[in-house]
Design a protein. Structure first.
Lengths: 483, 778
């Protein structure tokens, strides 16, 4: 029976909801029209079908700090002293195996290994290794779980990003946030359940694009809504100059009167929905600017996230915003920070990128923790693939570049029922292959869903005859990292 | 007399009781969602059984040989009747004997060790489904060929109890079904509603005032048909028809990956509009697009049409593996062909035999082979100058050609214009089955061919795309006509006769009116694949002309209006929302075709998402006339498609799409309230209206008719005139606010305006644009 609920999902809920509306059971029971909260205990009460989540969730919300362009694991999290010793030596083909290469290094005559210019130390009680590029992250090392054995299938940005976000390299599938919105709905009736924040560092950039937060074949109500730092935090949110809140209210009352007449004439429940959607839009017009306003944040918070957090559109400001959105019940907050694609000039570029994100990423953990929210918020930090242990093009010990590497890379997760202060998985001494506990992108996605109380094999949507899921046809939960 | 009255009372009481009982049963049915559906006297394999077997059994006991469990195959009778491989004493199906049939025993058992489907699959049969299977076995467990793989035949028109209602053949089928379901059709819609509906469906534009007046005044019996013919002749007809085709063809103005730079594919789009307008028959329309370059003595126009197969995304990301992308383009063409032209999800067989439909992986690569011989590479160039705006093979279109033979191309300048088209290599590129669909895992070699289960490839056809087109339009092909008729039905009635318009396979929905679909499909073929004729047939029907009023009874009995006891009522497409706003305000620039344009867009969207490379890194908004073009000409950068379009469910043109969703969200409300396009249109119309020497009430009526396309009721007039007076008083006191509102948009404001009054009208008109009815087909 649960199966049927899943398949019908919100479409079914919406139909039922509309038929209730048409029976005059009315708006008192409506709750949120953006996406109803399918998590809360009173869902049955408001006429929505229970059945989700599949089991008791550890996390209620996700904040995903996506590092777009693929940060080098060898300079940040995966300490390989041997690479320094072997610097300049050709990577043995036995290690490289059948790994396909990107067009950027495929024609390179040799593959000179290069050690990291960055120094590593062990931190915290966990004694986890972290590079001196990330001093603030080092301070929260006992709160995070570092996975050093991520691997993926794609070797280029577009398919790799798409794979991380949708579980498939090609195609128009729903983004992870859309799946969660579909499965769990929204906790806040004035805010979308899936929001997106963009920022950019100074390093070599690769684009991000709205197709990454698209809802694919799911209802478009589940697509990510981009919040931006400009004048209009959500597209078309602001009334034009010359319109004020009082007049907007009056305006809505007029159209509502005439829409009501149409409803009497046609009896179409979509008309009632339309009236409610305008009310929702009106509430968003107040709720969103309140959330976006960082001016009332106390000094200690600004200090925690760094002074950059006062500059709208920076990664730091977006982290602070992410906390506020999440705190207010936004199910999935997706950040993208561009600038990690360091094919050349890596030491300089990665230092500046790391400086951009380090303090605020760590601050987010500290801040959520001090508010008692870390337990129920899953925070993720990482890129779309890793980087090679050999240099792209000419190199010196101080200046080199690294190409794309799908076979191993590092990410971290924190909160939301993930074991704090551990590391998981290992790579070989050359930092080229995984030797222990590999984690595929689908395993990672299955684990995220699991923490939200969703079975990745059951959260499905039937489209054109096929049952689709975020993890496509594979994926297993990484039980060893669960608290 | 008294006695009689008494009888009457008793009868009415009885009727009332029966009604209540029926009503409760119905309510109960709705509540349990089909759980207690009646078992038919004669169980049909195609309509009752296959949907169950396909959805719940075929993924392990179906066509995919690699994933088949226990060697058992239930999708064809020969193997299903055989002794079981693992237990030769038993049989999956013993016709007439459910108690000896493992299929029935396993689906009905409570023993989880032998239960089917196994609990681990998360699948389960309902009690109703189990009853159906039992009865089917009882009745002989007879298999039938899947309905859509059998050539359509024209069935005799059903008898009807209400011949007066019927206007053409469509209505016989619709009415017959309604009678079976105990429903009656709605009366014909009022003329104003009809006109708006027709105008939106045939041209995508709201009717203009003089057309409204003329139609309202024409009381002749031919008035409606005259109107249909007039609208079919409008050049906007081709634009409206093209809208759906651009989704199918995943047409866009950028290459689609990563840096996502510019491509100049729009002349192909101009050809599509032109072809609809001159009513090129569907067989030619498709043949040119599939194989125009292979037609003997191909014309430039026919070669241009093949741009269809080059509209897919093409990478410009440095460092990719060439062959990986080249293969992905061939896959895209194969999938587009199968989804849009024959309505099957052949793409599933890219990595393995299809799990539900009788398509092997070999079938997939045989079809793929037709598209695998193009003179192309995976990555031709990275982001660059004009030479990268099309990829080889390509044609150049000269101004001379535009002046002489390709007059339909709206080329305004003398710049070099290149378009990606099809062109095959001289030597055949070998095609291999790709293991798991991976470009670097070739297996056995295959030759071009088509799935036998649909129609074997006739050896007399050439083994190239031209032959494939001939196969498609072979009268024995069971799918081509049905699939297109269904898409067109969907565009006009809002939902296909087969709801899953891209899947006519086992997992697709069954047709709600199979005989009607077949009748139309055969009729379409027999009448030279004449598209305008087919459109006219649909809109001339009484079914189409019904009113859209939804009574509570009908809402209950048929909430999704599957049986069409009323006209469908739904929000118009994204592009048409824009068209309606521009057209009713008088701003619309009706130029057809040409390079896509960049109207108002919130700042920063392209810039924030860009890597900083290519001419599309910044959004350079257009000005003057280019701000007021139809929605279909709005520039589509695939990775950051125009947000207004996306929020109203337009395709992002990433892949072939045959059906858009229709959602109703708060973000749509924000657009209608605050998009400068809508506000500017309100302002421009307000200024025009304010200058008219008529009373306020007359102005309200005029604006209402332009925007909502009907005369307002007294109540509506009251609401709007008092709103106007109220706003006028306020703006007289708050001149600054009026000034601010009137400064929205680039369209010049006339001199010497009464600003308070124009601002007040602007509010009224903006309210009209925000009405639900305005952007709804009623």
């Amino acid at each position: 029976m649960q199966k049927d609920f899943l398949e019908h999902g919100l479409n079914f809920n919406r139909r039922r909801f509309l038929s209730r509306l048409s029976l005059g059971l009315g708006s008192a029971a409506l709750g949120s029209l953006l996406v109803p909260d399918l998590f809360s205990g009173d869902s049955a009460d408001s006429g929505f079908v229970p059945g989700l989540p599949h089991f008791a969730p550890k996390a209620k919300r996700v904040i995903y700090l996506f590092q777009n362009g693929a940060p080098s694991q060898l300079e940040l999290f995966d300490y390989k002293p041997k690479l320094r010793d072997l610097a300049g030596q050709d990577l043995p083909s036995s290690v490289r195996g059948m790994q396909r290469l990107t067009g950027m290094t495929a024609n390179q005559k040799s593959f000179p290994m290069v050690g990291s210019f960055a120094n590593f130390k062990q931190y915290g009680e966990s004694r986890n290794w972290i590079s001196d590029m990330l001093p603030y992250t080092a301070k929260v090392v006992d709160d995070i779980c570092i996975i050093r054995s991520m691997h993926t299938e794609a070797i280029n940005h577009d398919p790799a990003l798409t794979f991380f976000q949708t579980g498939a390299q090609q195609g128009n599938r729903p983004s992870m946030g859309s799946w969660l919105s579909y499965g769990l709905g929204s906790e806040n009736k004035n805010l979308p359940s899936f929001t997106v924040l963009l920022s950019r560092g100074k390093g070599n950039s690769q684009g991000v694009y709205s197709k990454l937060w698209a809802s694919g074949f799911l209802d478009s109500i589940h697509q990510g809504v981009q919040f931006s730092s400009g004048d209009d935090p959500v597209l078309y949110l602001n009334d034009p100059d010359g319109m004020n809140k009082f007049e907007r209210r009056k305006f809505l009352d007029q159209i509502s009167k005439i829409n009501q007449l149409s409803y009497e004439e046609f009896g179409d429940p979509e008309i009632s929905t339309k009236i409610q959607q305008y009310e929702m839009a009106y509430r968003m017009q107040t709720a969103v600017p309140e959330i976006m306003d960082l001016s009332k944040e106390p000094d200690d918070i600004i200090k925690l996230y760094g002074t950059d957090s006062m500059t709208p559109g920076t990664f730091a400001a977006n982290c602070l915003l992410a906390r506020k959105l999440s705190e207010n019940g936004v199910r999935f907050v997706q950040l993208y920070h561009q600038g990690w694609d360091h094919h050349g000039n890596l030491p300089t570029e990665i230092a500046s990128q790391a400086k951009d994100v380090d303090q605020a990423s760590a601050a987010l953990i500290t801040d959520l923790k001090q508010r008692g929210l870390l337990d129920e918020t899953l925070v993720i930090w990482g890129g779309e693939f890793g980087r090679t242990n050999y240099s792209q093009g000419n190199w010196t010990a101080e200046n080199y570049g690294r190409d794309h590497h799908p076979r191993c890379f590092s990410i971290w997760m924190a909160g939301g029922g993930i074991k704090p202060g551990i590391s998981y998985g290992e790579t070989d001494d050359l930092g080229y292959n995984i030797v222990k506990d590999p984690v595929h992108v689908h395993d990672f996605q299955a684990t995220i869903l699991n923490q939200l109380g969703l079975d990745h094999e059951k959260l499905i949507f039937k489209h054109l005859g096929r049952r689709y899921r975020l993890t496509d046809v594979s994926g297993k939960v990484i039980n060893d990292i669960l608290a | 007399m008294g006695n009689c009255k008494f009888m009457n009372k008793r009868v009415s009481l009885l009727v009332l009781i029966i009604t209540i009982i029926l009503y409760s049963i119905q309510a109960c049915n709705t509540a349990t969602e089909k759980a207690e559906v009646r078992i038919p006297d004669k169980v049909s394999y195609n309509f009752d059984i296959r949907p169950i077997l396909s959805d719940k059994c075929f993924s392990c006991h179906g066509p995919d040989g690699n994933k088949r469990e226990a060697g058992l195959r239930l999708d064809n009778e020969e193997s299903a009747y055989k002794a079981l491989k693992e237990n030769p004493g038993a049989h999956a199906l013993v016709p007439g004997k459910p108690e000896l049939s493992e299929v029935f025993l396993r689906v009905s058992t409570k023993d989880t060790a032998i239960m089917m489907p196994p609990p681990s699959s998360n699948l389960k049969l309902s009690s109703n489904e189990i009853k159906l299977i039992k009865k089917w076995i009882d009745q002989g467990a007879k298999y039938e060929t899947h309905w859509s793989f059998v050539k359509p035949k024209k069935a005799p028109l059903p008898e009807s109890e209400d011949p007066d209602w019927v206007k053409n053949e469509i209505d016989y089928f619709i009415l017959n079904k309604l009678e079976q379901k105990g429903l009656t059709p709605n009366p014909e819609a009022q003329k104003e509603y009809l006109l708006k509906r027709l105008s939106l469906d045939l041209t995508g534009l709201p009717p203009e005032l003089d057309l409204m007046d003329a139609f309202l005044a024409d009381n002749s019996p031919e008035a409606y048909e005259k109107l249909v013919d007039q609208l079919l002749k409008s050049p906007a007809y081709g634009e409206k028809m093209a809208l759906h085709w651009l989704d199918v063809a995943r047409y866009a103005d950028s290459h689609g990956f990563q840096d996502d730079s510019y491509r100049s594919q729009w002349p192909w789009r101009d050809w599509v509009i032109y072809s609809f307008n001159r009513n090129l028959p569907y067989d030619k329309f498709i043949t040119y697009q599939l194989a125009g370059d292979l037609i003997p003595n191909a014309t430039k126009e026919q070669i241009l049409a093949t741009g269809f197969n080059r509209n897919h995304k093409i990478t410009e990301e440095g460092g990719v593996v060439d062959e990986e992308y080249r293969v992905s383009y061939v896959i895209d063409r194969t999938n587009t062909f199968s989804k849009s032209l024959i309505g099957v999800t052949l793409e599933c067989a890219q990595c393995h035999d299809h799990k539900y439909d009788p398509f092997s992986q070999k079938n997939y690569y045989q079809l793929y082979s037709f598209f695998n011989n193009v003179k192309e590479v995976g990555i031709e160039s990275t982001v660059g100058g004009p030479e990268t705006y099309a990829k080889k093979p390509m044609i150049e279109i000269s101004n001379d050609e535009v002046n002489k033979i390709l007059k339909f191309i709206n080329k305004q300048d003398t710049n070099k214009l290149i378009v990606s088209v099809m062109g095959d290599r001289d030597t055949l590129r070998k095609t291999f089955i790709l293991d798991r669909g991976a470009y670097d895992a070739p297996g056995a070699e295959v030759n071009a061919g088509t799935p036998e289960s649909i129609l074997a490839f006739d050896p007399k056809f050439p083994k190239n795309r031209l032959g494939l087109a001939q196969w498609l339009f072979d009268k024995r092909n069971p799918l081509t006509s049905r699939v297109f008729v269904n898409q067109l039905w969907q565009e006009i009635f809002g939902r296909g006769i087969v709801k899953t318009s891209g899947d006519f396979g086992m997992q697709g929905e069954l047709p709600t009116h199979p005989e009607l679909l077949d009748w139309l499909a055969v009729d379409f073929m027999n009448n030279g694949w004449n598209m305008k004729r087919l459109v006219k047939q649909m809109v001339m029907s009484a079914t189409y002309r019904q009113s859209a009023v939804i009574s509570p009874e009908k809402l209950k009995a048929d909430p999704e209006n599957v049986f069409l006891s009323r006209a469908p009522r739904y929000r118009i497409k994204a592009e048409l929302v824009r068209d309606l706003v521009l057209s009713s305000s008088g701003l619309l620039v009706k130029t057809i075709g040409g390079p896509s344009v960049k109207p108002y867009q919130p700042p920063g969207l392209w810039e924030n998402a860009s890597s900083g490379r290519g001419i599309l890194r910044n959004y350079k908004q257009d000005h003057s006339a280019d701000l007021y073009r139809r929605g279909m000409y709005t520039f589509i950068k695939r990775t950051v498609p125009p947000p207004v379009m996306g929020i109203f469910d337009a395709s992002n043109r990433d892949q072939c799409e045959v059906n858009r969703l229709k959602t109703n969200t708060p973000l749509q409300a924000l657009i209608m309230m605050n998009d400068p396009t809508v506000l500017e249109a309100s302002r421009v119309l307000a200024a025009k209206l304010d200058g008219e020497p008529i009373e306020a009430k007359e102005k309200v009526i005029r604006a209402f008719r332009l925007i909502v396309c009907r005369k307002p009721s007294e109540k509506e007039i009251d609401v709007l005139t008092s709103y106007y007076s109220d706003q006028l008083n306020i703006f007289k006191k708050q001149k600054n606010r009026a000034e601010s509102l009137l400064s929205i948009g680039e369209y010049p404001l006339p001199q010497n305006l009464n600003k308070s009054s124009v601002a007040a009208w602007m509010q009224v008109i903006s309210a009209l644009y925000n009405l639900e009815e305005t952007i709804t087909k009623t």
